[in-house]
Design a protein around this ligand. Structure first.
Ligand SMILES: Nc1ncnc2c1ncn2[C@@H]1O[C@H](COP(=O)(O)OP(=O)(O)OP(=O)(O)O)[C@@H](O)[C@H]1O
Ligand SMILES: [Mg+2]
Length: 283
């Protein structure tokens, strides 16, 4: 299947409701089946299949340029924003193809959120409004009281509430880099995604902020499935349940060499290339 950009506007609100009558977060299982990707004529991914189980943290590792970010962007339909980009294969969220005709683009992006390498809060917007920004964009309507609760809940989950509770009206841009990244995580959580994709979320942060985000990732895993790209092997070991090792041999598209439980990938890799990579012998 080839995909062209679509401009769907509205979004479905998940039917799951918690004890207080609010929408409850529920992690979604994600599965890529034979995903290939191109930029123009340049094929960058070849037949990648990977199961990312609900409620687990999956780390994507591998050298620069092997297609990790491309794969991540395919999972929530951001790849198709690039004009020359095409893909084939399927991405299933709880068994349903996110690329199925008739499935709304905005629905896929709301259910499958993304946090980028460089924190990207709206700098002039208040901390409070940053958290709720996604609700407006996806057309979810909420009352003031409900929004207050949501802001506290999401900032708490992102590990930022105690640091910002007394200055919610200050601009997001006034926070430190690590705090801005946690604000972006809070913003992603506000639309109650089932999956959170994170592309090197700590690479611009100091060690303390990095550890704080890693704790947040572990705390979130129960309610949102996480797929994280990282170049930091210690980080992959600390945060992930499963790992997939991507590699693109010279002049060929990227693919997965090996995947499995994180412990096994690091302690007893099946493939020599995995062993070399996780032990820092290349890449
Ligand atoms: N917008 C684009 N247009 C054309 N080619 C692209 C584009 N984005 C990525 N590519 C190419 O696709 C391939 C995979 O890139 P990608 O960014 O997915 O790799 P990566 O594994 O995330 O690398 P890194 O670890 O450096 O972030 C590379 O050959 C890259 O040059
Ligand atoms: Mg990348």
């Amino acid at each position: 299947m080839s995909v062209t950009p679509s401009s769907a506007e509205t979004v479905e609100i998940p039917a799951v409701v918690d004890g207080q009558g609010r929408e409850a977060a529920r992690p979604g299982g994600l599965e890529a089946l034979a995903v290939s990707a191109w930029f123009g004529d340049h094929k960058v991914l070849q037949q990648v299949s990977l199961r990312m189980p609900a409620g687990e943290v999956t780390a994507l590792i591998g050298p620069s340029g092997c297609g990790k970010s491309t794969f991540l962007r395919i999972l929530n339909r951001m790849h198709e924003l690039v004009p020359s980009a095409t893909l084939s294969g399927e991405v299933l969220l709880d068994g349903e193809d996110v690329y199925a005709p008739g499935r709304r683009l905005t629905d896929a992006r709301r259910r499958i959120g993304m946090v980028f390498q460089k924190p990207n809060p709206f700098p002039a917007m208040s901390i409070y409004d940053n958290v709720t920004a996604g609700l407006k964009l996806t057309g979810v309507r909420t009352g003031r009281g409900e929004r207050d609760l949501l802001v506290e809940e999401c900032l708490t989950k992102a590990g930022l509430w105690k640091e910002v509770r007394d200055r919610l009206r200050q601009p997001g841009g006034a926070l430190s880099g690590g705090q801005q990244q946690r604000l972006c995580i809070a913003r992603s959580l506000a639309v109650r995604p089932q999956v959170l994709l994170m592309d090197e979320p700590c690479s611009a942060l100091d060690p303390t902020s990095t550890r704080r985000i890693e704790e947040t990732i572990r705390e979130l895993a129960d309610e949102v499935t996480i797929v994280i790209v990282t170049h930091n092997m210690q980080q992959a070991q600390r945060v992930s349940d499963r790992c997939a090792f991507f590699l693109a041999a010279q002049g060929t598209p990227g693919g997965i060499v090996e995947h499995g439980p994180t412990g096994a990938m690091f302690d007893a890799p099946q493939d020599q290339r995995t062993a070399d990579y996780v032990n820092g012998r290349f890449g």
